[in-house]
Design a protein around this ligand. Sequence first.
Ligand code: GDP
Ligand code: MG
Length: 177
Amino acid sequence: YGDFNQKIDYVFKVVLIGDSAVGKSQLLARFARNEFSLDSKATIGVEFQTRTLTIDHKTVKAQIWDTAGQERYRAVTSAYYRGAVGAMLVYDMTKRQSFDHVARWLEELRGHADKNIVIMLIGNKSDLGTLRVVSTEDAKEFAQRENLFFMETSALESTNVETAFLTILTDIYRIIS
Ligand code: GDP
Ligand code: MG
């Protein structure tokens, strides 16, 4: 954690998108600072956070962008997507509507972002197992059809968060290097 005084080989911009309250900001807090808060207002206004890591002996700075509460339809501007090489499209597996909106977010993303952008679909809040309304199978099938990576995570319990970010960053590295 933290950026050291070292030579950066690559900077990868990755954007977080998806409905409000699905856990985007907490996924970022978990990945960038290993923190979690039940207070959703805790990180509002933060544009992006970075974490520097090593992939294949290269120093990669991941610059992860978070929507500052602009999740209303079409409120996310093209500046947000500009230069992004990766996107995490997050839904809440306990909220059907957030999954129903994934197709819409994908359309927005594909309209604004580079055509080679690497996209990962994330079903967050796996710790709330009994409240689940979106099945793993449905999400996996959607992801396969749309050519997206897919993972279920819990920012609260720290399940798969590191794996999800490392998977997308490694794939970006594979494409770019
Ligand atoms: P955002 O609007 O997509 O950025 O969502 P937030 O990150 O602000 O999270 C919205 C709410 O869901 C907050 O109360 C978080 O504490 C909570 N939350 C986020 N991730 C998880 C998770 O993995 N599990 C549970 N149980 N709650 C979560
Ligand atoms: Mg947020």
